[in-house]
Design a protein around this ligand. Structure first.
Ligand code: F6P
Length: 353
């Protein structure tokens, strides 16, 4: 009998999701003669009756899809199935309804494309069923444990780098300090990679304990060498230990630009890049990762495996038990290659002047 597998995207969107869905459906069709069903709106689609899902006919999945940002299945980063917010403000365990929804689809396996939070939720949801589950890591934050790369990260770094390329000439023309705030949740992966690639003078990330005085000193030092502008990259979570000093809704980037104006006398401007980092054509690297992950995920199901995540390690596609992934996150190694590279280039990380 023809088998049927399901796929859903969950958590914040990023570039490369459509390429991942396509790779899964094509591998299932060409490799095994299986059908693939796409579940809409992440886990929320499982609450609809009938379940919000559609067959993914390979004839619909041409290469145009691999070039498109977003996820045509839709996604959500709200509504934990085990504590689902109800209209009256209460929280309800709606996981049994979702499991029932999965049963209605008569699937032989499920592939979930998500970050660490989504993969943990999906694993828990599937634990009471016999349905094999394989996770594919995606997040611009690149913080999923046990994989060096998640789908979406490369594109986010490319966008942040391009932002620095555009900020540099305007900053130089006006002799300003240009502060670029990037996403990354609790990790500084985007900030450090884009900072190196985009020629930043200063990069501030949560993994390195930095101080404003050192940043000010570096800007003063740059001025003494004749440089009248500077590029600063700050990760959105970089100021945790200084939180008390920040007022109201000011983002870390805005707060930093304001403080640098006060403390250096230079003009400073902040750019908060925000969701621009998520919505774009995926880079070639993200498309390749999506293809390799999609193929491996289907092959794992075909081999009768479940409760695993595919990943990228040491230039190879790997798979690891999901229990080794969930509940942890992979932050920037303060002694790792990127930090050493940044320091070697003279980039200030705010822990010294
Ligand atoms: O996890 C991806 C991410 O884009 C983070 O970098 C960011 O902190 C968060 O999601 C933003 O979430 P939302 O889309 O709900 O504003």
């Amino acid at each position: 009998m023809t088998k049927c597998i399901g796929i859903l995207t969950s958590g914040g969107d990023c570039a490369g999701l459509n390429a991942t869905i396509r790779a899964v459906a094509l591998r299932a069709h060409h490799g095994y003669g299986w059908k693939t069903v796409g579940i809409s709106h992440g886990t929320h689609g499982l609450l609809h009756r009938p379940v919000a899902a559609e067959p993914l006919d390979p004839s619909r999945l041409d290469a145009v899809l691999a070039r498109q940002g977003g996820t045509f299945l839709g996604t959500t980063n709200r509504g934990n199935p085990f504590a689902f917010p109800m209209p009256d403000g209460s929280l309800k365990d709606r996981s049994p309804e979702m499991v029932e929804g999965l049963r209605e689809l008569h699937l032989d396996g499920l592939i979930g494309v998500g970050g660490d939070g989504s993969l943990e939720i999906l694993r828990r949801l599937l634990s009471g069923t016999n349905l094999p589950f394989i996770g594919i890591p995606k997040t611009i934050d690149n913080d999923v444990h046990q994989t060096e790369r998640a789908v979406g990260y490369s594109t986010a770094v490319a966008i942040a780098t391009e932002a620095l390329d555009r900020l540099q000439p305007t900053g130089a023309s006006h002799e300003r300090v240009m502060v670029l705030e990037v996403m990354g949740r609790d990790a500084g992966h985007i900030a450090i990679a884009a900072g190196i690639a985009g020629g930043a003078d200063i990069v501030l990330i949560p993994e390195v304990d930095w101080h404003l005085d050192h940043v000010v000193r570096r800007i003063d030092a740059l001025r003494r060498t004749g440089r009248s502008s500077a590029l600063v990259v700050v990760a959105e979570a970089a100021l945790d230990s200084h939180q008390g000093e920040r007022s109201g809704d000011a983002s870390i980037g805005e707060w930093l630009a304001h403080r640098l104006m006060e403390m250096t006398g230079a003009e400073a401007r902040a750019t908060v890049l925000g969701h621009v980092q998520r919505g774009a054509q995926p880079t070639a690297e993200d498309r390749l990762l999506a293809a390799a992950f999609g193929v491996r995920a289907v092959d794992l199901l075909a081999a009768g495996k479940g409760d695993r995540m595919v990943g990228w390690w040491n230039r190879s596609v790997i798979d690891v038990p999901l229990e080794k992934v969930v509940g942890r996150s992979r932050t920037v190694d303060p002694d790792g290659a990127l930090i050493r590279t940044a320091r070697a280039l003279g980039i200030c990380l705010g822990d010294k002047g």
